[in-house]
Design a protein around this ligand. Sequence first.
Ligand code: PGA
Length: 250
Amino acid sequence: MRRKFVAGNWKMHGSLAENQTLLSQLARGLKGSESLDIAVFATAPYLFQCKSLLASTPLNWGAQNMSQYSQGAYTGEVSAQMLQDFSCKYVIVGHSERREIFSENNSVVADKFAQALKAGVTPILCVGESLQQRESGVAEAIISEQIQAVLNVVGVSGFAHSVIAYEPVWAIGTGKTASPEQAQEMHAAIRAQLAKENENIAANMQILYGGSVKPGNAADIFAKPDVDGALVGGASLNANDFIQICKAAS
Ligand code: PGA
C-alpha cells in the first residue's frame, strides 16, 4: 500500500522570519499527520533552519537542486554528500524550471539522480511535457524518454529509493491544472514503463502530480488510483492552503 506524499516546493522564496512563521504554522496544523509523507523544499541557505525547526515534527524537508558532480572546483554548487551530511532526506532533480532556465538536459538530470542515490538522499525526479508537445501528441513519448534517460544510468533498482513527480510544464504556475483523468493517464503510463523492468518497484513507486495544485482541486486529483500525492509550488507558501492539501491526501 503506497503512502500519499505531499511536497511543498518553495522555489526562490522565503526569509528567516517568513520561514519561521510558515514552519511553525505547518507544524501546528499538521500535528498527527504521521500516516502521510510531507516535506518542504527550501533554498539551500534555509535548509538548516528547516532541519532545526522541524526536528520533532512529522514533517520532512529537502533541497530543490544539487550538483551532478560529487566534489571539486564547481563554484556555487552543493553536492549530494553535503546534503546528506546534515541528514537532508530528499532532493528534487530535473524540475522543469531547471531544465528550461538552467539548460539541464536528461543526461545531467540522470547524473544528479545517481549522485543523490549514491549519497543516500532520496531523489524526486520531475518529468513533464510542454504545451506544444502535448498538443502535438508526443507527451507520453517525452515523459518516457525522460524516465528512460535515468533508467539507463541507474537501472530500475535505482527507482526503488526514489519518487517521481509528473508536472506538465503548461500547468506549472499557470493556474491550469491537468484534469484528474489526464494526470491518471500519464501516471499509469509511467508505472507501466517501470513495471516492464520490475513490477514490484513499479507497484511501490510514489508518483506525485504537480502543476497548480490547490485546496480546491487536490481531492479530485488524489482520488485517482495512480496519483500518490502532489508536488505543490505556489500553494505551499500559504500555510492554510498547504495544510488543506495535506488533509485532502490523508
Ligand atoms: P505550482 O508549481 O503548484 O505553483 O504550479 C508546481 C511546481 O513547480 O512544482
